[in-house]
Design a protein around this ligand. Structure first.
Ligand code: FEO
Length: 394
């Protein structure tokens, strides 16, 4: 059954408590997620977004409990990715001629996914759709986070439907931000930003300022994942502006993997050196093969400096470290310092390879890194402690 958002708006989405992985294996969703779809009943009726395809029939059945689908006048697709458009094909079997409002790139995405020539109506920023007492105002939001992404704003009710923007992969039976655990909510909102939106930070700032400059009152922000921001809805907008602007805390993070504990011993000695030089900095260590990769990336997002460590194997790196570096390359973190460490038995390329990768990730490289041969002895450990002090003072 649907859940009441306002007198005119009903949530008709799906809470997915089982979801553990999203985008293939790219994103861990330890707290599940939701696919939020909104039904607006004014003199005209509009449906904003649908749900992921595995729940398509369930979605249509539940929607039928709210409304005869034939009474839906307009469908709004704010974003064509299948977690939001996945039930469209099942719905369109019932109402094949209903117009679908989306961006021009939205048409490309929907045709690319479903190979159907539905009744598309393309919209641009500033276009409106009259629902009776309220209007929907469309706002293109390219690269937040796909080229087809769009927000829409409902006048009179002052609701911003922001699709992926301001979302969280966070399953809850509660609908609003003031009704859930705040620490959980912010942990998921931050993880979502760090792992999905970081590369588009410039677009985030520009789009938010563009919307704020319109001076529209915002009483609610309804994203397509997680809970609705009802209590001080602009709190998440302020957070986004902070997170998008080279966010960092006083934190240094060490990410490493180890074969026979040599590189782990180096990591711990470097951490000791950092603490000796700066007792106030947070120092965190993560074994990349044992810690969730998205949690590591969230910690990197929060850090001012990141150190990556791997022993040399087959003239290269342990793949868990390579994987995190590859994800950092794509996420384009800004304004973070970095350096490499690692031990070796024979050829010893790992530190050079990590340093090269750090350059490709656009980290500010502090130095050439530190290597230790075989299992680090007391001299090597002392060198790591000194290296840690240098990092803390960098
Ligand atoms: Fe870009 Fe929630 O999909």
């Amino acid at each position: 059954m649907g859940k009441k958002v306002t007198d005119k708006v009903t949530w008709v989405g799906k809470v997915d408590w089982e979801l553990q992985r999203f985008h293939g294996d790219e994103y861990s969703t330890d707290r599940g997620s939701s696919y939020n779809s909104y039904l607006i009943r004014d003199r005209k009726t509009a449906l904003i977004d649908t749900v992921w395809q595995p729940y398509d029939e369930e979605f249509v059945e539940n929607l039928r409990k709210e409304i005869d689908p034939k009474e839906i006048d307009y469908i709004i697709v704010n974003h064509g990715e299948v977690d939001h458009s996945g039930a469209l094909a099942a719905l369109m079997r019932e109402i094949p001629d209903t117009p679908i409002y989306c961006t021009a790139n939205g048409v490309k995405s929907l045709k690319g996914h479903y190979h159907r020539d539905w009744n598309f109506v393309t919209v641009r920023t500033g276009d409106t759709l009259d629902l009776g007492e309220c209007k929907l105002v469309f706002v293109e939001a390219p690269m937040l986070h796909w080229p087809d992404s769009m927000f829409c704003y409902m006048t009179e009710e002052n609701i911003l439907f922001s699709n992926d923007g301001f979302g969280q992969h966070y399953a809850s039976e509660f609908l609003f931000n003031d009704t859930v655990d705040q620490a959980e909510l912010y942990a998921e909102a931050l993880k979502y930003f760090a792992n999905i939106l970081t590369p588009f930070s410039g677009f985030v700032i520009k789009k938010i300022n563009e919307i704020l400059d319109l001076g529209l009152p915002v009483d609610m922000i309804c994203p397509s994942h997680g809970v609705i921001w009802r209590d001080d809805p602009l709190q998440i907008v302020r957070k986004y502006l902070e997170w998008a602007d080279g966010y960092k805390e006083n934190q240094i993070t060490l990410v490493y993997d180890t074969m026979w504990d040599g590189t782990r011993k180096m990591a711990e000695a470097i951490a000791e050196g950092i603490r000796l030089a700066d007792p106030y900095v947070k120092v965190k260590l993560f074994n990349a093969s044992k810690t969730d990769k998205n949690d590591i990336l969230t910690e990197i997002f929060k850090s001012k400096t990141v150190l990556f460590g791997s022993p040399t194997i087959n003239n290269g790196l342990l793949y868990s470290v390579s994987g995190i570096l590859e994800m950092c390359r794509g996420l384009k973190f800004k304004g973070k310092k970095a350096a490499a460490f690692g031990c070796y038995g024979w050829s010893g390329e790992s530190v050079r390879l990590i340093t090269k990768a750090l350059g490709e990730c656009k980290f500010d490289i502090i130095n050439d890194g530190i290597r230790a041969s075989w299992v680090p002895d007391s001299t090597a450990i002392e060198a790591c402690i000194e290296f840690g002090k240098e990092i803390a003072n960098a």
